[in-house]
Design a protein. Structure first.
Length: 322
């Protein structure tokens, strides 16, 4: 496959970042874009010399599509993925992959039956800081991890879908899923969780603004995650940060670097990593998904942790994951 021809379902949010990266990749072309907001679809189509649609079913009738990107609000996932699967096309889907496990599992089963290449938008897995940390921990007995995602994006229009619990699942599902996924990727599978949630500042929305989650990993390690949605909206230094304790050592990870002690001195380390879009396009071109670090079925496991934490906060009980 000399040229990989891409279609987009959803032109808002992270879609623009993906489009810009794809436009810079040799042998890759965006041929069609779709969004319910016609103006948004037409704007994206003009920027990337593509054809605009407002109906994804109509777009999927094209015979020049090699792969699809789905960049949708959490509540909109499900039917579009099933339509793409029925069309037999590989796809990259932005996280989180669904609003509930029933939808996610239905899509995962359809993917398995169709034997399609899929990729979920957990781009932090591909970073140099992540892969260095993964290698450092490979032969270690990890004791504990503490993650946090504090930001101010909970502030804003209280009627926006992202700030409605029934539409987004709240910060833990929609946003801090990146931190959840990184803790799982670096520490292993989570067996059960316990969560407390509160709304202390953002009284005009029904989503909690403060979360604590305790995680029991299958390995025996333990962890905590705190998320806060009413933080300083200009400060992102406390988003996607994880401390990992093993033996007498500490790794402090964030997307840009890891810090670890070597020869008695704390050093900051990173290395180059491939963009997730390059990995996905290469997988489609070669029909080889071996470099994809989070296929759809794997992303469902990260969603299950956030949903279990929300369930725990409602019930006051420890909840098994899955």
């Amino acid at each position: 496959m000399e040229e990989v021809r891409i279609g987009f379902i959803g032109c808002g949010g992270n879609a623009n970042g993906h489009m810009n990266t794809l436009s810079s990749l040799e042998g890759t072309r965006i041929v069609s874009v779709c969004d319910l907001q016609e103006e948004r679809a037409e704007s994206a189509a003009e920027r990337h010399q593509a054809v605009a649609y407002t109906d994804h079913q109509k777009m999927l009738e094209r015979n020049d599509l090699d792969a699809i990107y789905l960049s949708l609000p959490v509540f909109a996932h499900g039917q579009p993925e099933l339509a793409v699967i029925e069309r037999g096309l590989p796809f990259l889907v932005e996280k989180p992959v669904a609003i509930n496990l029933e939808i996610a599992q239905q899509v995962a089963e359809a993917v398995e039956q169709a034997d399609l290449i899929t990729c979920a938008g957990y781009q932090l897995r591909y970073l140099g800081s992540t892969q260095l940390t993964k290698r450092l921990l490979a032969d270690q007995t990890v004791s504990m991890a503490m993650g946090k995602y504090w930001c101010g994006t909970g502030r804003g229009d209280p009627n926006a879908w992202i700030r409605r619990m029934d539409k987004s699942g709240g910060q833990l599902v929609e946003q801090a899923t990146h931190t959840v996924d990184m803790m799982r990727y670096l520490m292993g599978e989570v067996a059960e969780v316990f969560s407390l949630q509160a709304n202390r500042v953002l009284r005009d929305i029904d989503c909690p603004d403060s979360y604590t989650v305790t995680l029991q990993f299958e390995s025996g390690a333990i962890g905590t995650l705190t998320t806060y949605w009413a933080f300083d909206n200009g400060d992102w230094s406390n988003a996607n940060v994880i401390d990992i304790l093993y033996q007498d050592q500490l790794i402090n990870w964030n997307p840009s670097r890891l810090e670890v002690k070597e020869a008695g001195e704390v050093v900051s380390k990173t290395e180059p990593g491939p963009p997730i879009d390059q990995v996905f396009v290469d997988a489609v071109r070669r029909q080889d998904p071996s470099q994809i670090l989070s296929p759809y079925a794997d992303a469902v496991k990260s969603l299950a942790i956030s949903l279990a934490a929300n369930q725990s906060a409602k019930s006051g009980q420890i909840v098994p994951v899955g």
